[in-house]
Design a protein around this ligand. Structure first.
Ligand code: ZN
Length: 268
């Protein structure tokens, strides 16, 4: 989403921020909206960047918006899927599109932080999944006694791997999702490092995935393209495209669905 938003937002002045009328339970916004509004009116968005799953809009005052989309949140510059789930609007100077946060389930959060607050939040996260080194992977996984799939979703261990991508990464590595993380060999951890980069970079290139319920859209509210590359996610009962003989299974781990091929990803 960051790459999509950046050209529309960077270097532009925030005329105002607005909470659109919304009959749903409000999303979490910090600090109180009236205070937040006073702090950002007239400021310029210097930089748009990402840290793990959070989007950062850094203002010339030093304050940053931290937007955490969670399950169904989207940053959009055009055509929201509907108006009743619009949660936040950044009104930008000039006549071009404004920026919106749209969220069907309303689990997303928007926080305005001072630099030291932002650093404190980020220091609690593990290394970014696109920047973590094989040695860091090894140090963290070799002491993790949980299932590898559950460990991959722990943002303190490694930040930025979503549920869908965890299944895809493990599939490409041929690792059974219920393997205890500490039992992975050094060679398999190296493979995990490589496949994590591959899957996340491919996903960023395709601007995310659009699931069958249409949840994920890019900033112009078009389908993301990554769903065409899913090998296992949301494909329960289908034949595995990798080995062309196994059937994709679905299990639940820590309340989240996991998909895998029991042929390519054997339990050891
Ligand atoms: Zn297979």
């Amino acid at each position: 989403m960051v790459r999509g938003i950046r050209p529309w937002v960077e270097g532009r002045q925030l005329e105002d921020v607005v909470r659109p009328l919304c009959r749903c339970k409000p999303i979490a916004i910090q600090p109180a909206f009236s205070e937040l509004r006073k702090r950002v009116q007239g400021r310029v968005v210097d930089r748009v960047w990402r840290r793990a799953k959070r989007i950062v809009l850094e203002l010339n005052s030093g304050d940053s918006f931290l937007i955490e989309p969670r399950m169904t949140g989207l940053m959009l510059v055009a055509d929201p899927p509907d108006v009743q789930h619009l949660r936040f609007e950044w009104r930008l100077e000039g006549s071009q599109a404004n920026l919106w946060f749209w969220d069907r389930r309303g689990l997303g959060t928007i926080t305005l932080c001072r630099p030291e607050e932002r650093d404190a939040i980020f220091s609690r996260l593990g290394p970014d999944a696109l920047e973590i080194t094989p040695d860091q992977w090894w140090a963290r996984l070799s002491v993790a006694r949980r299932d590898i799939k559950v460990a991959l979703l722990d943002q303190k261990l490694v930040a930025g791997i979503g549920n869908l991508y965890a299944s895809e990464i493990l599939h490409l590595c041929g690792i059974h999702p219920q393997t205890r993380a500490s039992r992975l060999t050094r060679a398999r951890v190296q493979k995990l490092h490589e496949m994590t980069r591959l899957v996340l970079e491919e996903a960023i290139l395709h601007e995310g995935s659009t699931l069958s319920d249409g949840t994920y859209r890019n900033v112009l509210n078009q389908d993301g393209g990554y769903q065409n590359s899913h090998r296992v996610y949301d494909r329960e009962g289908m034949t595995c495209p990798t080995c062309a003989s196994g059937t994709i299974q679905r299990i639940v781990q820590a309340q989240r669905s996991t998909f895998f091929c029991s042929r390519c990803q054997r339990k050891r």
